[in-house]
Design a protein around this ligand. Structure first.
Ligand code: ATP
Length: 337
């Protein structure tokens, strides 16, 4: 039995996932591929997500026409909490040998693998299949191997590596499809066309079940909500906290909040604190969070409110406030600049 393992948030599953897995399957010929929606990605700030049953169903729909090797596996959702791939691998290892297990990841995850829990153990317990993904490189020569592979590569051949752990890494080049779930969620929320990126069955399911709605019904007064967020950011020592009501401007965002931190770490930690405080007060998670890894410009998306948290130095470069002067400024505690 040759088994593929493909994990992700699948929030929602899209043609990038389908393209990846069908191409990999042509090359690898797995007997089974476990498509595993995670419960919670330990490396991402939690965002608003449809109920697990919806993600399971969407994943089923996305892969339903590709044969019975493609199976959606709910083990991580059943386990709950943070989903660590190593735990899922340990489960599969109870019934399969390491040589038969292949973890399929995109180049983004390959670049970042050393941030995963027990990644060295992962490289002992399973083989990897790494696919291309727009915006990320797969290594083309020895000097492009990620640092964490130092000392682990035995033989290398064009397109595959034998590791000293006894496992291998196979690189597969896809006909790249530039799509991500986070981009799609944004498009869906503002009603932009998505048919290029989503399997039709998934798109219909999303419409029928009213998933990815534009604003959050739990927030009844976005102005007050904006003021609450401004206060949190101010309490976390945000600099030059300013908020704008953009309703008159007719943009897709009604409110915006901007502040900066003295360092990239400060900007990221303000975002983390903000999402925790909002969760506690309103029981609401953001619809998306971007840039938190780098902390130069972190965007926290609450639907009708978008929060921009900058490393101050970067804020000066963009001068976003200039775009909002046609709106009206909301008085918040620290609006001096
Ligand atoms: P998000 O935008 O919310 O971070 P995502 O689009 O990256 O989501 P995931 O469900 O987290 O989707 O990804 C699952 C797996 O699919 C990962 O290994 C990822 O690298 C891979 N993947 C996602 N999109 C693509 C794509 N367009 N091309 C190739 N691989 C992809």
């Amino acid at each position: 039995m040759k088994i593929g393992i493909f994990g992700g948030s699948f929030n929602p599953p899209h043609n990038g996932h389908v393209n990846s897995l069908t191409t990999v399957q042509k090359k690898m010929g797995f007997d089974q591929i476990h498509i595993i929606p995670n419960s919670q990605n330990p490396l991402k700030i939690q965002t608003e997500a449809p109920a697990p049953e919806h993600r399971i169903e969407m994943a089923r729909l996305a892969f339903s026409t590709y044969g019975k090797a493609f199976q959606v596996d709910d083990c991580e959702l059943k386990r709950g909490g943070k989903s660590y791939t190593i735990d899922t691998i340990k489960e599969l290892r109870k019934t399969h040998e390491s040589k038969d297990l292949f973890l399929i990841i995109g180049a983004d995850n390959f670049e970042n693998l050393s941030a995963w829990k027990d990644y060295k153990k992962i490289l002992e317990e399973v083989n990897l299949v790494v696919t291309t993904r727009p915006g990320y490189q797969i290594p083309e020569s020895e000097n492009e191997w990620p640092d964490y592979l130092n000392g682990l590569v035995g033989e290398s051949d064009f397109g595959s590596l034998e590791l000293t752990t006894g496992r291998s890494i196979e690189f597969i080049t896809l006909d790249d499809l530039d799509v991500s779930s986070s981009e799609l969620r944004k498009k869906l929320r503002v009603g932009r066309p998505v048919e290029k990126y989503l399997p039709l069955s998934v798109e219909s399911y999303i419409k029928a079940n009213k998933i990815y709605r534009p604003t959050n019904e739990k927030i009844t007064d976005y102005k007050k909500f904006t003021e609450f967020c401004a206060q949190v950011v101010f309490d976390k020592k945000g600099i030059a906290v300013r908020a704008f009501d953009l309703v008159k401007m007719g943009t897709t965002t009604d409110f915006t909040l901007i502040a900066s931190g003295t360092s990239t770490r400060h900007a990221s930690s303000m975002a983390e604190n903000l999402t925790m405080a909002v969760k506690e007060e309103f029981n609401v998670l953001p619809q998306g969070v971007e840039g938190v890894d780098e902390g130069r410009w972190v965007v926290v998306d609450y639907g009708a409110l978008i929060v921009h948290l900058f490393y101050d130095f970067v804020r000066q470069e963009y001068n976003l406030e200039e775009l909002w002067t046609a709106g009206s400024e909301i008085k918040v505690k620290d609006s001096k600049i």
